[in-house]
Design a protein around this ligand. Structure first.
Ligand code: FMN
Length: 166
C-alpha cells in the first residue's frame, strides 16, 4: 500500500482474529521502530513484543482501557530511559513507526496509553524491564476482526494554518 493510503486508511482496531503474527513480521516491525527519529539520536528505547497468552491477559487486566490486549496476537510495549529529556517524543515516534509498519502488513493496532498511567510501573515490573526505563505506550496488534466505523477527521482547514499575516 502506498504510504499516503496507509495514513488515510488507518483506524484503531480493538478486535482481532485468532491468527498469529509471524516472527518475521514482528522482527520487521521492531526494526521499523528502531528507525524512528530521536532527539540527539539517543535512541533511548527498549521495546517488548509480547506473544505469551498469559502475559497478554495480564496486560489486558492491568490497563484500564486496554482489556482487548488479551485478544491480540502480539502486544508491543514501548519503554524509554526515564532520565532522557525527550523520552516521550522519542517513544511516541517509535510507537507510530510500529503502528504503520503493522498497517503495511494489514495488521490492525490500537495505541493504548502507557505514559502518565498509574499502571505503567506494573507493566514494567510484569515484563521484567529494568527500573531505569519507563512505559510510553502499549500497541496491541493483530489481523482485524469485524468492521471499524468510518472516521470523521476534523477538516484540514480547521486544524491548519499557513503563513502569518504580513
Ligand atoms: C496517547 C494515546 C493513548 C490512547 N490510549 C488508548 C487506550 O488506552 N485505549 C483505547 O482503546 N484507545 C486508546 N487510544 C486510541 C484513541 O482512542 C484513538 O486513536 C482515537 O479514538 C482516534 O481513533 P483512530 O485511531 O481510529 O483514528 C489512544 C491514542 C493515543 C494517541
Amino acid at each position: 500500500m502506498a504510504s499516503i493510503d496507509l495514513i488515510r486508511n488507518r483506524r484503531s482496531v480493538r478486535e482481532y482474529k485468532d491468527i498469529p503474527v509471524s516472527e518475521e513480521i514482528i522482527e520487521e516491525v521492531l526494526e521499523c521502530a528502531s528507525l524512528a527519529p530521536t532527539a540527539r539520536n539517543v535512541q533511548p528505547w527498549l521495546i517488548g513484543a509480547v506473544t505469551d497468552r498469559e502475559l497478554l491477559s495480564e496486560l489486558g487486566a492491568i490497563s484500564d482501557h486496554g482489556g482487548f490486549i488479551a485478544d491480540c496476537a502480539v502486544c508491543f510495549a514501548v519503554f524509554c530511559l526515564a532520565d532522557e529529556k525527550y523520552r516521550l517524543e522519542d517513544g511516541c515516534a517509535a510507537t507510530m513507526n510500529i503502528i504503520y509498519a503493522c498497517e503495511a502488513h494489514n495488521i490492525g493496532t490500537c495505541w493504548v496509553a502507557g505514559d502518565k498511567k498509574a499502571y505503567a510501573e506494573d507493566v514494567r515490573s510484569l515484563l521484567q524491564v529494568p527500573g531505569e526505563y519507563t512505559l510510553i505506550s502499549l500497541v496491541p496488534a493483530g489481523y482485524p476482526a469485524g468492521k471499524v466505523a468510518a472516521k470523521k477527521p476534523k477538516r484540514t482547514s480547521e486544524i491548519s494554518f499557513r503563513n502569518l499575516k504580513k
